[in-house]
Design a protein around this ligand. Structure first.
Ligand code: GCU
Length: 481
């Protein structure tokens, strides 16, 4: 997968997710393959316009007024070494790095010297200023405070009452993955009797290794398609699925597209729209990432009922926006025993108050605001006001093992910022009797820090997850014996 900042390929990124949607073949999707180029363009223009209008309404609800900015080409704040890329009109530098101006006027920074001075809120200090010195106070006092911030201000509130989900195995293939696995396709039907025109659902592909010896651990991969990765051919390297199955573990994918669309236009549909009966969101209502995490928790309900799987050894991996989702999901639902968010970046594992690569402002922009609660828009151009940062999100996973990654060539996701967040989360792991990274020095590329329950690897390369799977599995084996 390539890194697609939304601003960069505003249309093609959406086209890409819509294509996945088409592949999903569910009631929410449109089939892009049956459309002409003009029809596709018109469809995307409608999605963009509806997203823009929805966000505008939310800004009005919150009385947020965006600053008036000069045209970006005339903006004296534009980094001097940037120029327009032919074909896209985006700003890039000679290394091809992407730059954007946020709606609050800030330009992307990749200069370590300008990453800014910031103070990270201490995860072990209560809102009343008292220091947390016992595991008991962490669980009973501090952790609930942090969760409350995330619920109200950042990802939004998962409603107390959500519709019932009934799972059904819709097909079984007993010779999947070159005959090594049994593939079960499972659909979670969401009760939509309160708002029948909306038809979200939960789609799972579950692969069980053929020669099961008792209950097995499992890795779940969350992403945007109801996909069966292609069968491995001789010329293709093994993917995550093959690597996991080779451990004798089960592997499953969960498709987020069928739960909630990945755009602002879809916020009155999907599971969010179903609970709101088609009405727009209130500022604290859940965003798309929280909705996806809800779907994953329901998938977890199902996995707990499958006798072939060891319910205490289920891990979660996701890449990029699904890396953010994986981390959030493990933070909210403690049944996930291990989490592996790869290249999760902004509003995932990388520090938000650090001015490097993608920032809060960009996530609060038209292309991505739907991931978050409406309230999150208040922090555009106002990062220091955010009472939490990525190290809090990581700390919510403690004491469970977490493996964080990024690449050397994806500055947009800020791999260094992820490392710093791991370092800052360490005191919470230590308070709970676990080990963190054990260093404050960024490791050399490809050198995995795997001594403790927080693990980290900066792979050589771009926006991909595969290079980190072998190191992850090696480390995860300690916990999933
Ligand atoms: C964009 C977005 C990132 C996200 C990425 C992806 O680049 O800005 O936050 O992680 O898309 O999901 O691939």
């Amino acid at each position: 997968m390539t890194l697609i900042p939304f601003y960069k390929f505003r249309t093609s990124a959406l086209v890409a997710s819509a294509l996945l949607l088409a592949m999903a073949g569910n009631g929410q999707g449109v089939d892009f393959r049956k459309m002409t180029a003009e029809e596709r363009q018109a469809y995307m223009a409608r999605i963009n316009a509806a997203s823009y209008a929805d966000r505008k309404k939310m800004l009005e609800q919150l009385r947020i007024v965006l600053p008036q900015l000069p045209p970006d080409s005339l903006d004296p704040a534009r980094p001097a070494h940037t120029f327009r890329q032919r074909g896209t009109g985006n700003w890039i530098d000679s290394a091809g790095q992407f730059y954007a101006r946020s709606e609050w006027g800030a330009w992307t920074n990749y200069d370590e010297a300008k990453a800014g001075a910031y103070t990270l809120p201490d995860p072990l200090v209560l809102n009343n200023g008292q220091r947390v010195t016992s595991a008991k106070d962490w669980w009973n006092k501090r952790r609930p405070e942090i969760l409350e911030y995330y619920r109200n201000e950042v990802y939004g509130k998962i409603p107390d009452y959500t519709p019932k989900v009934t799972f059904e195995v819709v097909s079984t293939d007993s010779s999947a993955v070159s005959g090594t696995a049994i593939l079960k396709k499972i659909v979670g039907r969401i009760d939509n009797s309160s708002y029948p025109s909306d038809t979200p659902r939960i789609e799972i592909s579950l692969y069980l290794p053929k020669d099961l010896k008792g209950q097995v651990p499992m890795m779940v991969q969350v992403s945007g398609a109801f996909f069966a990765p292609p069968e491995k051919t001789a010329s293709q390297p093994a993917g995550a699925r093959e690597l996991v199955l080779a451990q004798g573990w089960a592997f499953a994918t969960v498709n987020t597209t069928a739960i909630q669309a990945d755009n602002g236009a879809g916020l009155t549909k999907g599971i969010i729209g179903l609970v709101n009966k088609g009405q727009p969101r209130k500022p604290e209502d859940w965003g798309v990432l929280a909705a996806w995490s809800w779907g994953l928790s329901r998938a977890m309900d199902y996995f707990q009922t499958d006798k072939a799987i060891d319910g205490r050894k289920i891990g979660l991996q996701g890449h990029s926006r699904w890396g953010k989702t994986a981390l959030l999901t493990a933070a909210l639902d403690q049944r996930w025993a291990i989490v592996f968010p790869t290249s999760s970046g902004a509003m995932g594992a990388s520090l938000e108050k650090r001015n490097y690569g993608e920032t809060i402002d960009i996530v609060a922009g038209t292309g991505e605001y739907h991931w978050m609660a409406g309230n999150f828009l208040k922090y555009g151009g106002n990062w220091s006001a955010l009472p939490v940062d990525a190290h809090h999100l990581i700390a919510l996973v403690a004491p469970r093992p977490v493996f964080i990654t990024g690449g050397t060539q994806e500055r947009w996701i800020d791999t260094e910022g992820e490392f710093l967040a791991c370092v800052a989360a360490e005191p919470v792991y230590r308070l709970l009797g676990k080990k963190g990274l054990g260093t404050t020095t960024m490791p050399a590329p490809d050198h995995a820090l795997v001594e403790g329950e927080i693990a980290f690897r900066n792979h050589t390369g771009g926006h991909v997850d595969l290079p980190n799977w072998p190191a992850f599995l090696q480390w995860a084996k300690r916990y999933f014996k």
